[in-house]
Design a protein around this ligand. Sequence first.
Ligand code: NAD
Length: 508
Amino acid sequence: MSAAAQDLNSPVHHFVDGKSFAGASTRFGDVLNPATGEVSKQVALASADDVRVAIASAQAAFPAWAATPPGKRAQVMFKYRELLLANMEELAVIVSSEHGKTIDDAKGSITRGLEVVEFTCGIPQMLKGEYSEAVATAVESYSMRQPLGVCAGITPFNFPAMVPMWMFPVAIACGNTFVLKPSEKDPSCSMRLAELMVEAGLPAGVLNVVNGDKEAVDTLLTDDRVQGVSFVGSTAIGQYIYETGCANGKRVQALCGAKNHMVVMPDADIDQAVDAVMGAAYGSAGERCMAVSVVVSVGDEAADQLIEKLAPRVKGLKVGPYTDPAAEMGPVITPESKARINGYIDSGVKAGAKLVVDGRDVTVAGHEGGCFVGGCIFDNVTKDMQIYTDEIFGPVLCIVRAKDYEEAIQLVNDHEYGNGTAIFTRDGDAARDFVGRVQIGMVGVNVPIPVPVAYHSFGGWKRSLFGDHSIHGPEGVRFYTRLKTVTTRWPSGIREGAVFNFKAGGEH
Ligand code: NAD
């Protein structure tokens, strides 16, 4: 049986040195089925010593893997791609049973991860350096990108397949070895992803998975053998990861929380905007860092038209477990998460926003204990309200009415987060102005969730990203490699004698 396909009596352990590893920790966490609210299995919470075993395995595997030609590393990725496709159904069920999202949504997210693997199949092209002949007489200069060493990845619950695959395929294709610490809320998918890497031909120790919580993370952040840390999760934790990792001499990228605004201009195609909001605000129950959680309508007319068409569709959303193929939206991750989201909805009502659609009392027959929250719409939201300032991470949409375009763009730019945004308009001039001036990392024009494809890079601005590199694509390759520049002179018979002073460019 695969390490991922475990039953209740057998906890999810770790994956180290190419095989399952129980570790010595006696601490365990509960993994829930969010559709029932019941505990479905347990996950081992690694001790610092357990994590050190994984780091040692990655450290031992590094020299041989770094010396493996990039073309051979790519061959493993080609095979891995085939295995992901062959195991898509099983992976989707693993994701949905622990996260709660619908099977189609789970498959979509695995496919986005698979596209990163496809990008890494071309890694020799990405690792090509630059070469200059004759930088001086008989002197050449060239650059190369070399792997960092052992890298670590710390990932959130909301994309248990895609986010780990934003990281380890790129890191590994670049010649690094990797220790992945997935969310303890849905750990099984990472275990299966690692098993499949070994099946694809990856040497033992190149990819390891440790399950756990703060103790595991802190060990990764402070161990001298770890050179680079990629984090995706909430802003408070991401800032801690960034500061602690940097203080310990590591290269760190921390992709964090979001509050994504969609600006609807008076000339927008309202039907297109309504379709866009439905998927972007309520897909995956709003548990996406690129979810649209705020619509800024420019003028009252756009808001009125939007709400008139949106409200009946949100009321009619089919909420249900992943086992119901008709479900459009699954549960949120835990009872605590449901209580937190409902608390925000209460606070919005108290603050004076108009709750046009209320999803607080949704129940699903046969799944009364499930963590379901129905779709919600708030109108007349203002920028001082907590439902506007905070990331709710649930199916709650805030509509803010701006008097004009300038007020709309100011709102987007003033918000502390800068992950994604979109403008819906038919006016090319307005769109161009928006794209140029908006202080956000990923921008859509009539595209509500502008997630870059795998061969571009994903990342926000402001408090949505700490560090200098976005993830996957060319920025991912830059993050997981160091630049080395070499200057060579071969004996040519030309003698300069000893030189004690710097000379102008080109003279060495
Ligand atoms: P989280 O910050 O609670 O957890 C992320 C990871 O950090 C997990 O592996 C967790 O075990 C670990 N962690 C939690 N508390 C810790 C602590 N005190 N010390 C050390 N490590 C700790 O995030 P989450 O709830 O799993 O995920 C949701 C968040 O992730 C949202 O804020 C969402 O916007 C964000 N997210 C961002 C992106 C992006 O690309 N910007 C993508 C997906 C999710």
